[in-house]
Design a protein around this ligand. Structure first.
Ligand code: ATP
Ligand code: MG
Length: 308
């Protein structure tokens, strides 16, 4: 079941002061996000990711097309009580403390006083904001600390879908890891996550499906494995051997160009066109007396796919 359906969405920004021109930021985007998945939204700077999220959140209005969230048209903002949103550059009330701010968010969603205090504390510990900072004004926070508060506020109403615009931005490596774990937990709770990120390694470990946006148009969408294979075109397998040199191994391998042998420090690397060729390499290895280190598929990394 799809919980976000985007249909031919288009956005033109008006730029210029005296002579107005239109810049197309989003050009006929259509895609859908299934319930319970972590959907990664990728694209270079200026591709239109933030624009898409702002349109979905009804912060700006589309020039054309339509979209639905949880079955409601995006113009029906009553559905906002069931979703959460972390903006790209969160802008909070600076003079509130983290705890006050979260209680305030809880109040907006109609939580009782007792409920919102509990919720605020639970969320601040969940995003691992140091307890000694809970009563510090937000204007004294670092970028990474604010990002954590931003994430906490996106979850204050226990949303069914969470929209995250660059959730890892400004976080140190430990923070990134913690947020990654948090996002994975959200999926385990049955929530749907729609996230934009530049950090491909995070997308790679987290996301079920990804869409790649290029200059406002959808360039590719699908399951990560499928996308990788689509570009690689074939299932290459890599075998790493030690205690043997390139020339010796080659004398034992069948002739032909199905095996690409290269020397690496301490051994050789053999690239095979198909998994079924692994047996031939093992047979050659047994005859020549080397040692098998690893056998693994050569998968295209998301980075290569993205650059492609
Ligand atoms: N308020 C605006 N007025 C005019 N043009 C805008 C406005 N906001 C965005 N744009 C343009 O729309 C395009 C898409 O911008 P958007 O912020 O959606 O990109 P993005 O994919 O989120 O990029 P980034 O990865 O840098 O966050 C860009 O060309 C940008 O210059
Ligand atoms: Mg952006």
């Amino acid at each position: 079941m799809s919980v976000v359906e985007i249909d031919n969405l288009q956005k033109d920004y008006e730029v210029g002061f005296w002579r107005k021109r239109h810049v197309r930021a989003l050009d006929g985007l259509s895609l859908s996000v299934n319930a319970g998945e972590i959907f990664g939204f990728l694209g270079a700077n200026g591709a239109g990711k933030t624009t898409t999220l702002k349109l979905l959140m009804r912060l700006i209005f589309p020039t054309g097309g339509s979209a639905k969230i949880l079955g409601h048209d995006i113009s029906d903002v009553s559905m906002h009580s069931r979703i959460g949103y972390l903006p790209e550059n969160p802008y909070f009330y600076d003079y509130l403390s983290a705890l006050e701010f979260l209680k305030f968010c809880g109040e907006i969603f109609g939580l009782s006083k007792a409920e919102r205090t509990i919720r605020a504390k639970t969320l601040l510990s969940r995003v691992k904001l140091d307890e000694s900072k809970w009563n510090t004004q937000l204007r004294k926070f670092s970028k990474g600390m604010l990002q954590r508060v931003g994430l906490a506020q996106a979850l204050v109403n226990n949303p069914e879908i969470v929209f995250l615009d660059e959730p890892m931005s400004g976080l140190d490596p430990i923070g990134r890891r913690e947020v990654r774990d948090l996002i994975a937990e959200l999926r385990a709770e049955g929530k749907t996550v729609f996230m934009c990120s530049h950090i491909l390694s995070d997308i790679e470990v987290l996301c079920d499906r990804v869409a790649i946006l290029k200059k406002g148009r959808l360039a590719n969408v699908g399951y990560l494995n499928e996308l990788r294979q689509q570009v690689a075109g074939q299932n290459l397998v890599e075998v790493i051997l030690s205690g043997i040199d390139e020339a010796t191994l080659k004398t034992y391998l069948p002739a032909g160009n199905d095996f690409q042998v290269t020397s690496i420090p301490g051994g050789v690397r053999v690239e095979l066109k198909e998994e079924s060729y692994v047996d031939s390499v093992l047979a050659a290895l047994r005859k020549s007396g080397g040692k098998l280190l690893t056998v693994q598929p050569v998968r295209q990394s998301l980075e290569e796919l993205f650059v492609d």
